[in-house]
Write a protein that binds this ligand. Structure first.
Ligand code: TRP
Length: 372
């Protein structure tokens, strides 16, 4: 069916209407008023906020109220280690780093090696553990503060999480899990239990400190389903409901849908050799015309162009330059080849720097990764 799209934690499909998603999920849009409040404390507004990439939330106002009263929040986010990290995964983490710096917030980072084992037909526990450690290198490489950041693999931190997971699990019925996640009689029983594990870090700091510690979860909007469950059970367990701030999906090089780790040619991985990444960009889908003549006459369409989207999402921080790029494309003032070469240069430079930090991160794993 045209215009139909699916967004669940395990499947993102079709052309996504982000406004409809807010309605479907019952979340709130981030208002100008909220942006003003964030800016007051953070000093700068991150481009992902200015550009509506982080665009939806639950109870963000409450988190700011608490912060203004002197009650600091913790940040919680995570990654399902099913493969190497690509640029789409980095996006919310880059934003999380901005929040950590701006609000002096502690971060809990959950690597759900259990989840990816349970939901995959091919990955073994050894595979997901290996990817978890590889993915952790990317998190560390982004520059999180080791004194304020704890990263853990579920399978290596389960004793510390199990009591809370049980408390959550007892409050979630099978019919709720079916309604929220679409499970049926053929679903394995581990996958049905899993959401209770993803809830735990939202409550962990309150449990540790034995007082209500507000928690803000930055994540892509597909993860919202888990946290609807978390928020429903929170009052029953005596914890504050975690707040959420949701982002859109980073586009793939085909110009549509989200970047997917299973399509290696249309995603850029943090471990790609810069030359390989460059080639992927040169081969990418653009919003350009078929010939130079037509491009000059009719102009291109940045809205469907993956190259433009890359600049907009991550690779051009200056709003004025984004606007210029957009207009010049529309006017036919710039050709796709030029645009691609410029982006390829930026991405290659980013990868070179990131890969150096990523290798250094191997020696820092112990500072970040906690175990039972
Ligand atoms: N389930 C997420 C994934 O598949 C991983 C995850 C765990 C997560 N906890 C999280 C993501 C908190 C965002 C916020 O990627």
């Amino acid at each position: 069916m045209k215009n139909d799209f699916v967004v669940t934690p395990w499947e993102v499909k079709g052309e996504i209407d982000y406004d409809k998603l807010v309605e479907r999920f019952g979340t709130q849009r981030i208002t100008e008023e909220l942006l003003r409040r964030i800016k007051k404390h953070a000093k700068t507004l991150h481009p992902m906020l200015r550009r509506n990439i982080f665009y939806s939330h639950r109870d963000l106002g409450w988190i700011l109220d608490e912060y203004e009263k002197g009650s600091k929040f913790i940040l919680y986010t995570g990654r399902g280690p099913s493969g190497d990290t690509h640029l789409g995964h980095l996006m919310p983490w880059i934003f999380t780093k901005y929040l950590q710096d701006s609000f002096d917030a502690k971060l809990l980072f959950q690597l759900t090696d259990d989840e990816k084992f349970l939901f995959s037909e091919s990955l073994s526990l050894e595979d997901t553990k290996k990817y978890a450690y590889e993915n952790a290198l990317d998190v560390i490489a982004l520059g999180f503060d080791s004194k304020k950041t704890e990263i853990f693999l579920d399978t290596e931190f389960i004793a510390s999480q199990y009591r809370l997971a049980l408390k959550v699990a007892k409050r979630v019925t099978f019919s709720t899990a079916k309604a929220v996640f679409g499970f049926d009689n053929s679903s394995n029983i581990g996958s049905i239990f899993f959401t209770s594990i993803q809830s735990v870090p939202a409550f962990l700091e309150s449990e540790r400190q034995n007082k209500a510690v507000p928690c803000l979860i930055p994540c892509a909007i597909d993860q919202d389903a888990h946290f609807r469950v978390t928020r429903d059970v929170a009052p029953m367990l005596g914890y504050p409901k975690p707040s959420l701030i949701h982002c859109k999906f980073f586009p793939s090089l085909t110009g549509s849908d989200k970047m997917s780790a299973s399509k290696t040619e249309t995603s850029i991985f943090t471990t790609d050799a810069p030359e390989v990444a460059k080639k992927k960009i040169i081969d990418a889908f653009t919003g350009g015309q078929a010939t130079i003549k037509e491009q000059k006459e009719k102009g291109g369409n940045p809205d469907i162009c993956s190259i433009y989207q890359y600049c907009f999402y991550i690779f051009e921080e200056d709003d004025e330059k984004v606007r210029e790029l957009r207009e010049s494309c529309r006017r036919g003032g710039i050709l796709c080849g030029e645009c691609k070469r410029e982006l390829a240069k930026r991405v290659a430079k980013f990868l070179e720097q990131h890969q150096k930090k990523r290798e250094k991160a191997r020696d820092k794993l112990e500072e970040f990764v906690i175990k039972d």
